[in-house]
Design a binder for this molecule. Structure first.
Ligand SMILES: Nc1ncnc2c1ncn2[C@@H]1O[C@H](COP(=O)(O)OP(=O)(O)OP(=O)(O)O)[C@@H](O)[C@H]1O
Ligand SMILES: [Mg+2]
Length: 373
């Protein structure tokens, strides 16, 4: 990572390219806000070397959400809308970990893991993509891709190995002092892959991970966000408007404004399932009673999963009692128990439903549209 005590912006001829003093952070935004005169003065004051180095000093160009927070974190999660600059931020973070002051100097990391949804994604997006590591690297520090070993090697000897989230077992064995993972919320085996990666992050004094992702309401992402060692920066697509094709934002905003998809994909906000639910937690709380009245009828409702293995949906089993006296509009129903079971075979969810029926003395009703009901 950039050394905050280093106060020189050095040129490629007289050594480092990437050291950035703190006041240079987000310098581009500052210059734009100050106007043309300040821009001219700034550019005139640069030596030729500094001028050539400028495109590669990411801290100068970075948007606020693209810079790692200070402090003692283990995971930095960059959550953002589509095109918000997540992948670029991840690639630049890898550079900052690997590169030393001069091209052959070692940086703070020597063994990294790059994990994407598939190996192709790692190769096409994280390494060779428009915002990937190779495109971001200055020529004298640009790493080489070794296709046979699926790894990048930098001139200073640092190595980053590519891994697919489809194959968590591939992460068993190697050890790392840092990792960048892209679009974790899309991974099918997110939890397994994340866990495997954690076991391998055991080199150096302070192994860290940068996660760049569009948010989705998935357990693995929410667990990472809930960890006390995680820090988060986030931004909507608009934050990176200057670098997105003209018309793109108006088009997608017009189409997705106010929708759940828009909140997730453009605002970069994690939309909780509860926000979309027919019954919100607040509505359920408001309907709570101390005890159910005399009931005319009790039903055990079963909504079985189509499959019966560890990854299957939960089998919903709800015991509901109803008061069905008087006009229909006065009828009331009360949820008496939730006996749902997770990852159950048909035999085990069926016996859980029968147990509920015996316990509450109800009749059984099947979920609509399920095979066999
Ligand atoms: N600070 C920056 N300065 C200049 N260009 C940037 C900056 N941040 C991002 N970009 C450019 O903006 C474009 C979109 O960035 P990027 O690919 O990182 O977005 P993303 O959030 O990963 O998008 P997606 O949601 O499609 O994965 C790229 O061309 C990238 O190089
Ligand atoms: Mg991306």
């Amino acid at each position: 990572m950039t050394n905050a005590n280093d106060t020189s912006v050095a040129s490629p001829t007289d050594t480092p390219l990437i050291s950035t003093p703190p006041e240079m952070r987000s310098g581009a935004a500052w210059i734009v806000s100050e106007g043309q005169d300040v821009l001219d003065q700034f550019l005139d004051a640069l030596t030729e070397g500094q001028f050539l180095a400028l495109p590669y000093i990411f801290e100068f160009w970075a948007l606020a959400h693209q810079l790692p927070p200070e402090g003692d974190w283990r995971t930095w999660m960059i959550m953002g809308g589509r095109g918000a600059g997540k992948t670029r931020a991840g690639a630049e973070w890898v550079r900052a970990q690997v590169e030393g002051a001069r091209p052959l100097d070692v940086g703070r990391c020597k063994r990294l893991a790059l994990v994407g949804e598939t190996i192709d994604q790692v190769h096409e997006v994280m390494i060779f993509g428009e915002s990937g590591i190779v495109a971001c690297s200055p020529p004298d520090r640009r790493p080489e891709w070794q296709a046979t070993r699926k790894r990048l090697i930098w001139p200073n000897g640092a190595i980053a190995q590519a891994f697919s989230a489809h194959d968590p077992e591939g992460l068993r064995g190697p050890q790392f002092d840092g990792a960048w993972v892209d679009e974790l919320a899309k991974w099918k085996k997110a939890r397994e892959t994340w866990d495997m990666l954690q076991f391998g992050l055991r080199l150096g004094d302070d192994p860290r991970v940068c996660v760049t992702t569009t948010p989705r309401n998935v357990g693995a992402l929410k667990d990472i966000l809930a960890a006390s060692s995680t820090v988060v920066t986030s931004a909507p697509t608009e934050a990176n408007a200057a670098y997105l094709a003209e018309g793109f934002l108006e088009e997608v905003r017009a189409r997705y404004a106010g929708t759940r998809l828009g909140r997730q994909e453009l605002d970069g906000v994690l939309v909780d399932a509860a926000e979309d639910a027919l019954w919100t937690p607040a509505m359920l709380e408001a309907g709570r009673v101390e005890a159910a009245p005399d009931l005319d009828r009790i039903v055990v409702a079963v909504d079985p999963p189509v499959t019966g293995h560890a990854g299957s949906d939960e089998c919903g089993i709800v015991v509901v009692g109803a008061v069905t006296r008087g006009p229909v509009q006065d009828w009331r129903a009360y949820v008496l128990a939730d006996a749902s079971v997770r990852a159950a075979s048909p035999a085990s969810w069926a016996s859980a439903a029968i147990r509920a029926m015996e316990q509450w003395g109800g009749r059984m009703a099947g979920g609509r549209g399920q095979p066999g009901w």
